[in-house]
Write a protein of this length. Sequence first.
Length: 109
Amino acid sequence: MRKLTIAVAGAAAFALAAPAFADTLKEVTTHGIILTLGDMEIPVTYTPDGKLSAMDGAVTGTWRIDSDKLCTSSSADPNETCVAYPKDKKSGDTFILEGPNGSVQIKIR
């Protein structure tokens, strides 16, 4: 029983110490985003099995979380790109991301 108590306490401490960006990335990958490039809004959907789609399925790819970064590769860009996301963002929030190809506006759906 003591080992179980220690394990539960350790898991709770880890959960409380988990960085806030994990919340942002969970929101992004659960709800999806709308990426704005110029005047074009591109909805992006993420599935729990690590797949993504955009532009009504014309662009497909994969995603994974690496610390505070969302790493993606797609049919539009097969090279994996990892971009750091800001902390404490929720569904409905809009923010600017700085990526390797410049900045883009992101809105969490």
